[in-house]
Design a protein around this ligand. Structure first.
Ligand code: M6R
Length: 605
């Protein structure tokens, strides 16, 4: 989604800005631009790929500038709507992430004042109002403070001035990180875009403003009161993520799942005691005894992981658990029990809907634990406690290895919770034994993935595809459908297998593809009913089943996965669905890693 990168120092800014934008590229965007101060403010922006924008970039000599990748919210994908936006006198340039709720009113006011608007965006108003404040004789900081007081909404905002040798930044609901180098400063919406330059990072908090020159920066509250900011502890080196020999990040990340799951569970399993230890999710025995329920929230793939987590917690810990769509969570003024346990699941740690649900829960008096991949991200910091899932960088918009590790981390947590209540050591040991074998089983499946091509041939010819699963396989069906839909653009429907006869069965006609996730899990016989009902109407069944299982007789295309205990099957049954989506997108010649309209991290509500 929208990304910001800024530089103030002694090197050529435009080169560093473009490099910074390329680091943010995987997040998804539709246009980009840079502005550099070289005496005057010199700017360039365009729609399309960053590399194309960069190749047309005029020579820019300055050593101070700001840049942006835009993902359209207000106004179409046009060059005018791309950032940066400049005031009409060319003296103020801004880049903005977030959404202004009262931009219509503010735009109308500008029009009445005779200010020419150059775009359809909400963001543009910032540069004009700031320029008007400067014209009234205000200093830049006061000008920004006055304009922020007019606006309602969210912002990660950077302002560059023709007449001043500093950059102002402000944050409200949209992340901004400052990086201190040697006689140079960096700004970004993503800490990992700065990491190659410095590990001296400071995250702005909501309601804060920062003033930066090449030597120093000050952070203050909106009212100008200076605040002390702490260095951001990213704990681990995020490292470079390059494609290597893979044609796409998605395929690379699918194949990394064995190793990344190993990373997630290693050091956290205690086989001798049949339990696990997640340092960030230690709960006092007294609180545990009184735990009324667990709530898990997330969006998209993280929601599907949350749904699996819900089942694991109920099964192993026997505590009522419920998962929620984060984007719906605040809509109905949810009742929050401060004694309950709340988990926010997110790969990026920046998903605005999830972050907003976290804040709502905290506002109502409860703690939220983060189950997050990106270290130092907004959700991780807002929660202040929780666990990292340790997937490493995930660059493909379609999430794969983060899903596996979210489920892995939630399984560890459910086990820990269960063992501290009634789950027996014997049962716990059977779980730890199976968990330890999973990375190898993932590797062995990926080495021999079965009839993916046949499945791809069926789904790519179809108008739509139905995914079915029962019990713990139902969220896997949802995840498979999401993956195929988002990168192959094939309409997909996911249903609990038993619900199929209550509506989706109307879709079935001759050769209609139905992907059924049917591990040997104790509810398989009823999934079999749904399969027969589909077959009776001419459907072609793409069956994901455990190796050696006689259920394979009913499949038209059979994909066998290694066996494990029922509750851990999602970690294996999801793999063929990822491969089907990947190869279908490839067959349809879609941009696998950057599907249209989507962003890697969705930072607006
Ligand atoms: O970063 P998050 O895990 O919070 O992201 C949530 C969703 O936006 C994300 O899972 C999305 O659905 C993916 N594109 C799915 O592949």
């Amino acid at each position: 989604m929208c990304g910001i990168f800024g530089y103030i120092g002694h090197r050529n800014a435009s080169k560093l800005l473009v490099k910074g934008l390329l680091r943010l590229e995987y997040r998804g965007y539709d246009s980009s631009g840079v502005v550099v101060k070289n005496g005057q403010l010199q700017s360039y922006k365009d729609i399309g790929k960053i590399s194309e924008m960069a190749s047309s970039l005029p020579r820019m000599k300055g050593s101070m500038g700001i840049a942006h990748t835009r993902w359209a919210t207000h106004g179409g994908v046009t060059q005018d709507n791309a950032h940066p936006h400049l005031s009409n006198d060319g003296k103020v340039a801004i880049v903005h992430n977030g959404i202004l709720q009262n931009s219509d009113t503010l735009r109308k006011r500008l029009v009445k004042l005779g200010v020419k608007l150059n775009s359809e965006t909400d963001s543009e108003i910032f540069c004009h109002y700031i320029a008007m404040e400067l014209d009234r004789g205000k200093e830049p900081l006061e000008a920004l403070q006055n304009v922020l007081a007019l606006t309602r909404g969210t912002w990660g905002l950077c302002v560059l001035f023709e007449d001043y040798d500093f950059v102002l930044c402000a944050r409200n609901g949209s992340p901004l990180i400052i990086g201190r180098g040697k006689d140079e400063m960096f700004i970004s919406s993503d800490p990992h875009a700065i990491r190659e330059h410095t590990d001296q990072l400071v995250a702005l908090e909501d309601g804060q403003i920062a003033k930066l020159n090449s030597l120093d920066f000050q952070v203050m509250q909106t009212d100008g009161k200076e605040v002390k900011s702490n260095l951001l502890d990213l704990e681990e080196d995020w490292g470079e993520s390059e494609l290597g020999d893979y044609p796409h990040f998605m395929l690379k990340e699918i194949h990394e799942q064995s190793q990344s799951l190993q990373h997630c569970i290693s050091g956290r399993l205690r086989h001798a005691e049949g339990t696990s230890v997640l340092g960030g999710l230690q709960i006092r025995p007294q609180e545990l005894a009184q735990l009324p329920h667990v709530r898990l929230i997330g969006c998209g793939t993280a929601l599907h992981a949350a749904q699996i987590g819900q089942i694991l917690i109920e099964q192993w810990a026997r505590i009522p658990a419920v998962s929620h769509v984060a984007s719906e969570f605040n809509a109905n003024d949810p009742v929050i029990n401060p004694k309950a346990l709340h988990l926010a699941i997110s790969q990026s740690g920046e998903t605005a809907d999830t972050l907003s649900a976290v804040k709502e829960i905290q506002r109502k008096g409860a703690d939220v634990y983060g189950v997050v991949n990106v270290v130092g991200s907004s959700i991780a910091r807002q929660c202040g406690k929780g666990v990292y899932i340790h997937s490493g960088p995930e660059q493909s918009v379609a999430s794969t290895k983060a899903f596996t590790n979210m489920v892995g981390a939630l399984a560890l947590f459910a086990l820990q919770l269960g063992r501290s209540r009634h789950l027996s050591k014997t049962k716990g040991k059977s779980i730890t034994r199976e968990m330890r074998m999973l990375p190898d089983k993932i590797r062995s499946y990926l080495e021999n993935p079965g009839s993916i091509d046949e499945a791809v041939e069926l789904v790519t010819k179809a108008k739509s595809v139905l995914f079915l699963g029962r019990g713990i396989s139902s969220p896997v069906a949802s995840e498979g459908a999401l993956k195929l839909m988002e990168i192959a653009y094939i309409p997909c429907l996911a249903y609990p297998a038993g619900e199929m006869k209550h509506g989706p069965i109307a879709l079935i006609e001759q050769d209609y593809p139905v992907v059924v996730i049917a591990p040997n899990d104790g509810v398989q016989d009823r999934t079999l009913n749904a399969i027969h009902e589909c077959k009776a109407r001419g459907a072609k069944i793409i069956l994901i089943h455990e190796e050696g299982d006689p259920i394979s007789e009913v499949g038209d295309v059979c994909i066998s996965i290694p066996s494990t205990i029922p509750m851990l099957t999602p970690l294996l049954s999801v793999l063929p669905t990822q491969l089907i989506a990947y190869h279908a997108a490839l067959a349809l010649e879609n941009d696998v890693d950057r599907p249209r309209n989507l962003a890697k991290s969705v930072t607006v509500e």
